[in-house]
Design a binder for this molecule. Sequence first.
Ligand code: GLV
Length: 380
Amino acid sequence: METALTIADLKERARRRVPKMFFDYADSGAWTESTYRANEADFARIRLRQRVLVDMTDRSLASEMAGQPVAMPLALSPTGLTGMQHADGEILAAQAAEAFGVPFCLSTMSVCSIESVAAATTKPFWFQLYVMRDRDFIERLIDRAKAAKCGALVLTLDLQILGQRHKDVRNGLSTPPKFTPKHIWQVATRPAWAFEMLGTKNRTFGNIVGHARNVGDISSLSAWTAEQFDPRLSWADVAWIKEKWGGKLILKGILDPEDARMAADTGADAIIVSNHGGRQLDGARSSISALPAIVEAVGDRIEVHMDGGVRSGQDVLKAVALGAKGAWIGRPFLYGLGAGGRAGVTRALEIIRHELDVSMALCGRRDIRTVDADIIDRAP
Ligand code: GLV
């Protein structure tokens, strides 16, 4: 893994190891993918101020996110189907994050269940909730996250209806893969992935199948989402979930200052400025471009995080400089996972930590907690 020097290197390795339908599922945005591309492009446009002859010894990246100490201000985003990038993917990513000292957030749409991740880790991980029409199931899911001692609940607000990703439709994405000639070919050409997958029982949605009524294998993610997810989800439901959960609550999917104000009014602990990695509303602005106005609107009332387009430590530094208490990564750790399981996730984190540390130093800062907008070069 040491020869992978960038997240892009890990992405190319993952492309060679993971069956196309699952690699594409991670590497896609909605419709024209303009928001997906903008997330990365807008980071690239931000410039940093190079400073010299300042003491660069004794640097620290340690910080806190939602009250939890973190080795660097970064968390692993909840991503669906993580266990299809690599056998037991959620377990491996959670273990890598725990050893590294950053939060791992398990998705409702994970392959490994809450209980199996809890059994394989020693510290609390976070849990992401999608609200479905079946409220009994949601109550049970919250209870299961409590029983597993999850440290925070991340409630996703921006995916009650699924944005269309053309690649998924073309690939006929399903879990487990259907045995059409196309899928057999995609799996057969990735023998290492297939061999590892034979060694695990975790091959479908572990939090759902066997726990929710009338759900067997999920033949079409989009049809299933349309049927199960509750499109009436409202701010009143957020209050209900906050009450039922009783612990740290993070609201994910805020892109507008007006929604940010309403999110702050709920008394939640943090918000994540996010457009779901460009996978939902194509045409929405990038997360990093939305961040400053949201920090301006609510930064004194609620902790603000961001995700979308983070591909390097420089990106994390820019997000922190613009007011984020932490950044979240989805695809970068999935590429690491696909490329090399737990070691690949660790490598993704090492790459980002190194880039963050050196870039912070070259901006003349020694402590991530002192980084502010002053490190951004705004000159024309
Ligand atoms: C689920 O969260 C997805 O974006 O597919």
